[in-house]
Ligand binder design. Structure first.
Ligand code: FAD
Ligand code: AMP
Length: 479
């Protein structure tokens, strides 16, 4: 007989494990199915984020940033060092240890909360039934009142650049290099391409990033994207816009890359190539023909604002559904669905999702940018504050970038906050809180900020919306 649960979650990435833990906390009999296995056959929890995404990439970004500071900036601070070197295998061991600690932490949380982990691949069938196939090919049937699909996403592959796992890799491969490539190509100047390009550039690789579009970071405020391009190019990243990769050949341990740009068809040789051209929803062997669950034209599982599919009792959350492919967006959706199953009225505020790019300087934003507001015909005022005049930024030798606050011209409510600068990933949290509470620029202006901090730049940018900033000459800009 089929095993019965209140809730079955498919996928133990951030969206799935949040949904599973919250469901169990709320007293629901919960199982979480995960197909990821380690080389020694053990089930691996945590999904893309913990294993080959957010956490390993930030580990390498933080290490490479420290290395870069030691090599390039310590002298300016009066710190004398002997020759600095990077031990890549040691860095990777540390990264793997952090990943293991966190993935085992999810397993411990499942145990503590009474979530049953089921190893294997799930297929959703009609009638709230899930067919589970374990690593040995054994099949069993499970039923549940609610099924939460959280199967995430996988890297997009392009026919022009077939991966070989050694010279041509995706983001997972680029997080496991055992040495610094001399000359490295990255296809795609999206978030992942810029972050991974930065890591290896800081360790001394000659990095060329090839991007088909004429701009980087199309989702960012254009003023911020331009500043990011300037800063990253200044660090030695060779970012070539309007450049489309059309093919590759591998010979003599080299990748010969074919591409076209304004000057026509060209080719260039590299030691390694990272393909970072985006991600797509993971739906392979997930939906039986009779499941009733539909996908949109991009392959994403169709759901409404509440993450409910048209089939009663089937929900989907995280990267496998519409919206930005960000871990925290999936976590919020997972919690919402679990709480609604338990009868609560939780919602996700899709207007308040922070986005962060962990380059240096970091880029972060929440809410709408100038392009979007112009397109929507909404009048707004802008307050800007540069880190170059912040005492704390000077003390920290981190004066690049600015905070840009956009407030509604009529109500003064914050519509968007855009930061490029050191610790933008942390600074943006206060903007998210302010916007969640419907704050106006004046509200933030009337709030006290500790001195000296980088957060004072957020305070001053809000004051600048109405021409009241203290440490810059104010020019009011109303659009
Ligand atoms: P996933 O994390 O992809 O997890 C899905 C899980 O489902 C996987 O474990 C998979 O094995 C399992 N699964 C799939 N199909 C089945 C099946 N049929 N049966 C059983 N199990 C199945 N986001 C951020 O917010 N911040 C960052 O800094 C950031 N950095 C990133 C860096 C990189 C290099 C990459 C690649 C991604 C990064 N992301 C970042 C994106 C983030 O990793 C994803 O948004 C997040 O992991 C999505 O969570 P999820 O739970 O929806 O899916
Ligand atoms: P993202 O989806 O944000 O990770 O970004 C992926 C980037 O890769 C996009 O900006 C695409 O324009 C870019 N891209 C996709 N295919 C190619 C290609 N063949 N050559 C160059 N850039 C590409």
């Amino acid at each position: 007989m089929a095993q019965q649960f209140d809730v079955i979650v498919i996928g133990a990435g951030p969206a799935g494990y949040h949904a599973a833990i919250r469901s169990a906390q709320l007293g629901l009999k919960t199982a979480c199915i995960e197909k990821w296995r380690s080389k020694d056959g053990k089930t691996v929890l945590g999904g893309t984020c913990l294993n080959v995404g957010c956490i390993p990439s930030k580990t390498l970004l933080d290490t490479s940033h420290k290395y870069s500071e030691a090599v390039h900036d310590f002298d300016d601070l009066g710190i004398k060092t002997e020759a600095i070197a990077i031990d890549v295998p040691a860095m990777m061991v540390r990264k793997d240890n952090i990943v293991n600690r966190l993935t085992q932490g999810v397993a411990a949380l499942f145990k503590a909360n009474g979530v049953e982990t089921l190893a294997g691949s799930a297929l959703v069938r009609a009638g709230s039934t899930v067919e589970l196939t374990d690593g040995e090919g054994n099949q069993s049937l499970l039923t549940a009142d609610h099924i939460i699909i959280a199967t995430g996403s996988v890297p997009v592959e392009i026919a022009a650049c077939p991966l070989d796992g050694a010279l041509i890799v995706d983001s997972s491969g680029a997080l496991a290099f055992q040495s610094v490539p001399k000359k490295l190509a990255v296809i795609g100047a999206g978030i992942i391409g810029l972050e991974l390009g930065s890591v290896w550039n800081r360790f001394g690789s000659e990095v060329v990033i090839l991007e088909a579009l004429d701009e980087i970071l199309p989702g960012a405020d254009q003023q911020v994207a331009k500043e990011a391009l300037k800063q990253l190019s200044g660090q030695g990243l060779d970012i070539r816009l309007g450049t489309r990769v059309t093919g590759t050949e591998v010979s003599d341990d080299q990748v010969n890359l074919h591409y076209s740009d304004a000057e026509g068809d060209r080719q260039e040789s590299f030691d390694q190539l990272i393909v970072a051209v985006g991600r797509k929803p993971c739906v392979d062997h997930l939906l039986a023909a009779d499941s009733g669950v539909a996908q949109d034209e991009g392959g994403f599982i169709q759901v409404d604002e509440l993450c409910d599919s048209p089939v009663a009792g089937i929900h989907a959350v995280g990267d496998v559904v519409r919206g930005p492919m960000l871990a925290h967006k999936g976590m919020a959706e997972g919690i919402m669905v679990a709480e609604r199953i338990a009868g609560q009225q939780t919602l996700v505020n899709y207007d308040c999702i922070p986005a962060v790019i962990y380059t240096h300087p970091e880029v972060a934003w929440v809410g709408r940018n100038e392009q979007q507001l112009k397109e929507a015909g909404i009048e707004y005022s802008i307050g800007m504050f540069p880190f170059s005049v912040s005492g704390r930024a000077m003390a920290a030798n981190q004066t690049a970038g600015f905070v840009k606050v956009i407030a509604a011209a009529d109500t003064d409510r914050l519509l968007g906050v855009h930061v490029i600068g050191a610790q933008a990933s942390e600074l943006i949290a206060q903007a998210v809180s302010a916007m969640e509470f419907g704050a106006s620029a004046e509200d933030i202006g009337l709030t006290m900020f500790a001195h000296p901090t980088l957060s004072e730049a957020f305070h001053e940018a809000n004051l600048a919306v109405d021409g009241q900033a203290i440490h810059i000459s104010n020019r009011r800009r109303r659009k």
